[in-house]
Design a protein around this ligand. Structure first.
Ligand code: DGL
Length: 295
């Protein structure tokens, strides 16, 4: 689900500048490309800057302060590049640091959170699985979602250890990744689940492998379309929508703090976007030295 409410302190843009300014989309790595795909479908006239913080992925294995520090650094970098709004296309970063980042950045923000509410609304057996990172599952935001929506629906929460790393290496179908998934999903099936929340933006890229294991027995909840719609509402509210472009929509500009090879490969094979990836250094308080020099 999109995490709600834009920043109260929005930088004023003239309508002409607003229509030309890009939307920034950010993830710890390649998972946010599943959100980018939905945003391009929903808002084809918007220019997009996408940052993968791949040098520091996965965030799901990091401590809270590290995640907040990186989220803020990448957000500030995107503001400097002229982004008019920011999509934090990472459940882990949203869960851990959206409140802080919303306070500090002068542009509207849209975050993401696991689709616990739609799962509670749609599950017939009243048993649903949630696959997300350890950091997301233990966050106060996620626990708050469970308190709100799990009164009459049992949620089986499973950390997806190893899955982000697999997608980061563009492995979405190997025997190893299927084995990992089977170990996470079979107990959900055995417990009578009929719904699976994909609580990490990397996981929609594993949908074919998941389908091979669960068939039609689990309904998959992927919130990327809801996030794109929320972005549309936020841009409307702030008068920031791009003017309709004539011709095809522009390609997104891709940036990575890593070498970008897998980003280019995943974008080409799964999104059919052929665009080069620009390597960038985005130092932060926790990464200023020595490892940012490697970026
Ligand atoms: N795509 C991120 C998410 O949605 C992955 C987090 C990570 O890097 O572990 O949670």
């Amino acid at each position: 689900m999109p995490a709600q409410s834009p920043s109260p302190t929005v930088r004023p843009l003239t309508s002409g500048a607003a229509s030309r300014a890009p939307v920034g989309i950010f993830d710890s790595g390649l998972g946010g490309l599943s959100v980018l795909r939905a945003v391009r479908a929903q808002l084809p006239d918007e220019a997009i800057l996408y940052v993968a913080d791949s040098l520091y992925a996965p965030y799901g294995e990091r401590d809270d302060d590290f995640i907040a520090d990186r989220t803020l650094a990448v957000g500030e970098w995107l503001v400097k590049q002229g982004a008019k709004a920011l999509v934090v296309a990472c459940n882990t970063a949203t869960a851990q640091s959206i409140a802080l980042v919303r306070e500090k950045l002068p542009i509207p923000l849209v975050g993401v959170e696991p689709g616990v509410k739609p799962a509670a609304l749609q599950s017939k057996t009243r048993v649903a699985g949630v696959l997300a990172t350890q950091v997301t599952l233990r966050s106060a935001r996620f626990q708050g979602l469970l308190e709100r929506y799990a009164a009459d629906c049992r949620f089986l929460c499973q950390p997806g250890h190893g899955l982000v790393q697999a997608v980061e290496r563009c492995d979405v179908a190997s025997a190893d990744v299927r084995e990992l998934l089977r170990g996470y999903l079979q107990p959900m099936l055995d417990a009578g689940a009929d719904t699976l929340v994909l609580g990490c933006t990397h996981y929609p890229f594993l949908d074919a492998a998941i389908r091979d294991i669960v068939g039609d027995r689990l309904m998959l909840i992927d919130t990327s379309v809801a996030i794109a719609r929320q972005l549309e509402r936020v841009l409307e509210q702030h008068g920031l929508r791009a003017a309709p472009a004539s011709g095809d929509s522009a390609l997104p500009r891709f940036f990575s703090t890593g070498d970008g090879t897998h980003q280019q490969q995943l974008a080409a094979t799964l999104l059919h976007i052929d665009a080069t990836v620009e390597r960038v250094q985005i130092p932060s308080r926790r990464t200023a030295a020595p490892d940012s020099q490697a970026a």
